[in-house]
Design a protein around this ligand. Structure first.
Ligand code: KIV
Ligand code: NA
Length: 263
């Protein structure tokens, strides 16, 4: 198979074909994802929790991200690799350009940043200079202290409008992808139909252009797994089987089902 680019993903959205994304952190899992034909890999700053044992993503540094992006890139030559920008490494557009450059040079094809309208200027600067951007709205975990916990976002009409507007502005600014995390399914559907960029849902229902899950959740390694996740190892009894089942169920619209979504 050819390697995946942002053009591949754009075409898949036009053709209404879902793609699959996994957040993972090391070379062997990355290699297995390539064998499974998973289009997009996210080296998520969730690694602060899933690999390093922190309570949230606030302590994650550029050095952590670079170390893991390099490992994931070494394991895989086909998938499109996104690297998360850690907390406060993109507070200004200048900081964002410097730090995004380092993540790209570590082997990412794209960077991801959390936030709404205020990110738009940075998105335009990065994309104008050749760094594709995945935006991230809804439950943005780097805002955990501002949100007062990890909670579903966009349940009030007013909040929903803000998130929809953020997505539209970031789309206009040139973002190629957006993660929609923990928002009502109907809002995710509306956003998906309102923007040109592809939407990747997690806890956002079945009507997004793609799904993303964290590898630890797929493999049942998480002590208290979130409602939107699913342990695919349980029913497949092998790691390659679990990845394949997650990919198949996502493509066929079997995952997520009612029990995984928010209203
Ligand atoms: O860090 C991460 O793994 C993420 C995904 C859950 C979207 O941001
Ligand atoms: Na993240």
């Amino acid at each position: 198979a050819k390697s995946v680019s942002i053009n591949t993903l754009r075409k898949m959205k036009q053709e209404n074909t879902k793609f699959v994304c996994v957040s993972l952190y090391d070379a062997p899992m990355s290699a297995m994802a390539q064998k499974t034909g998973i289009e997009v890999l996210l080296v998520g700053d969730s690694l602060g929790m899933t690999v390093l044992g922190y309570d949230d993503t606030i302590p994650v540094t550029m050095e952590h991200m670079i170390y893991h992006v390099e490992a994931v890139r070494r394991g895989n030559s086909k998938s499109l690799i996104m690297g998360d920008m850690p907390f406060m490494t993109y507070a200004t557009p200048e900081q964002a350009m410097q730090n995004a450059t380092r993540i790209m040079q570590a082997g990412a094809h794209m960077v991801k940043l959390e936030g709404g309208e205020w990110i738009a200027e940075t998105v335009k600067m990065l994309t104008d200079r050749g760094i594709p951007v995945c935006a991230h709205v809804g439950l943005t975990p780097q805002y955990v202290n501002k949100f007062g916990g990890f909670r579903v976002q966009g349940r009030s009409e007013e909040q929903a409008q803000v998130i929809l507007n953020d997505a539209k502005v970031l789309d206009e600014a040139g973002a190629d992808l957006v993660v929609l995390e923990c928002i009502p399914s109907q809002l995710a559907k509306t956003i998906t139909e309102s923007v040109e960029m592809s939407t990747i849902g997690i806890g956002a229902g079945g009507d997004t252009d793609a799904q993303v899950l964290v590898i630890n959740d797929i493999l049942g390694l998480t002590e208290r797994p979130p409602k939107f996740s699913k342990n695919f190892l349980e029913e497949t009894a092998s790691i390659p089987g679990a990845l394949m089942k997650y990919a198949d169920d996502t493509r066929n619209g079997v995952f997520p089902s009612e029990e995984h979504i928010f209203v």
